[in-house]
Ligand binder design. Structure first.
Ligand code: ATP
Ligand code: MG
Length: 417
């Protein structure tokens, strides 16, 4: 066991009053019931940096069923590893029991027979890695183990509600001070276990304006191909986090240089490197990401469909033009291009069907807006269509890059007033 570095309350700037009342409520109730109540993850990191956390995560030695007894607004989730979600009106506090390290078999592994029926209270001791990739991950552990199985040192700090101390098992405090994002353990091993950590590294370092430690950075370039084995649903969620984190444009630049973006969206990226892609696609994509950053700063939350429409817009429009030249009607070509681009099997993100339909609507409405003079009954019906507001935002955005749409935009804006 390694001795942690402990900073007492007077040695660091984090105060209880900085926490949200919901996080404070969960932590104090755990503490009062005799359990450990640690704030962990991005919450501690951000508060120490003077930033407002996106969410608060709690780690405790109370087991999920014990947590449930303390909070009536609690739901246990997860199949492999059970977590407690404690619900408040505006937020959820994710409360997890300390987890063991992957390569430490639980002490009772030999003694506890595998339940014949699924018994949710008995941690399944048969967790393992398959070729080093996590397949089961569900055994409770000590605070030290819990800290060491986290991704980056700056994400492995605990704030103990009992005495206001910061507990550091992983060297996170030093890295926070030097503004370095360092993988806990060997980067290659940790990326191999869970390749999504590479994407998280680039996002979090960009958000905080931290340097990624040399080897951790180098291995991203060597290993980004391993993202092929990541869950497509998780990757979709990660991309949404990037779109909405406030520095999407910077992350695009960094991940393009590392070849990460190209791995995630190969066909789109290949197009971005063609003549048309370079001329029309790249400036468009950069502007779209900048727009996401502006929205974030203004506290706006655009629909994922609008974001996907804007990001992939020039590529989809290019495919539509090619199909139109071959005589395919514009509307049909739009439906086809949307599916070709967003459902492309080489994409590492699984874009939900509903989002694909909404993108199709936004692009389809561009065609319909062009057809309508703006005054007819048809036009007023169009304005009431689902997705019209987003379609208008798309048109506004596109006309900033393409002067030929300005007149169309003016016509529709006049109607919208
Ligand atoms: P933010 O919420 O600002 O995006 P975060 O670091 O809090 O950043 P979360 O997704 O909220 O990210 O995760 C909470 C914590 O869980 C992390 O700080 C980290 O300690 C741990 N964690 C998250 N994802 C992983 C992972 N893939 N591998 C190991 N630990 C992880
Ligand atoms: Mg978080």
């Amino acid at each position: 066991m390694d001795e942690p570095i402990i900073l007492t309350e007077s040695q660091h700037p984090l105060r209880r009053s900085m926490l949200s009342w919901e996080a404070l409520r969960v932590l104090t109730r755990l503490d009062e019931a005799g359990y450990k109540g640690y704030l962990c993850g991005g919450g501690v990191r951000d508060l120490l940096l003077g930033r407002e956390p996106k969410d608060y995560d709690v780690a405790t030695d109370a087991h999920p069923e014990e947590i449930k007894k303390l909070f009536k607004n609690c739901r246990i989730i997860g199949r492999r590893f059970k977590l407690a979600h404690i619900f408040f009106r505006d937020t959820i506090i994710e409360t997890a029991t300390f987890r063991a390290l992957l390569d430490t078999p639980p002490p009772e592994a030999e003694e506890v027979p595998l339940p014949t029926r699924r018994n949710t209270d008995v941690p399944d001791p048969t967790f393992a890695t398959r070729g080093g990739v996590i397949v089961r991950d569900n055994v409770y552990g000590t605070p030290e183990e819990d800290a060491k199985r986290r991704d980056f040192t700056i994400n492995g700090l605990f704030y103990d509600i009992a005495d206001g101390s910061i507990i550091d098992y992983v060297g996170g405090l030093k890295d926070l001070e030097h503004r370095v994002l360092r993988v806990i353990g060997d980067p290659a091993t940790r990326y191999h276990e869970d390749p999504v950590r590479m994407v998280r590294a680039v996002r979090i370092a960009s958000q905080l304006d931290f340097e990624i430690e040399h080897r951790a950075r180098e291995q991203i370039m060597n290993m980004c191909g391993e993202l092929q084995s990541a869950s497509r649903e998780r990757m979709y969620e990660e991309m949404l986090k990037i779109f909405n984190c406030g520095c999407a444009q910077k992350i695009f630049d960094r991940s393009w240089r590392k070849g990460l973006f190209q791995t995630i969206y190969p066909a789109f990226s290949a197009w971005l490197q063609t003549e048309a892609g370079k001329a029309r696609g790249l400036p468009w994509v950069k502007k779209a990401l900048k727009q996401f950053d502006v929205w974030k700063k203004a506290g706006l939350k655009p629909m994922p469909a609008l974001q996907h429409a804007l990001l992939f817009g020039p590529y989809m429009e290019c495919l539509v033009s090619a199909m139109s030249e071959e005589g395919v009607p514009a509307f049909e070509a739009t439906v086809q291009a949307t599916a070709d681009v967003l459902r492309d099997k080489t994409n590492l993100t699984q874009i939900p069907k509903a989002v694909v339909f909404d993108v199709e609507r936004i692009l389809g409405l561009q065609v319909q807006m062009r057809k309508s003079s703006g005054q007819s009954k048809y036009a007023s019906r169009l304005r009431r269509r689902k997705g019209f507001d987003e379609a208008l935002v798309y048109l506004k955005f596109a006309s900033g890059l393409d002067a030929s749409r300005k007149e169309l935009l003016a016509r529709w804006m006049a109607l919208a007033d």
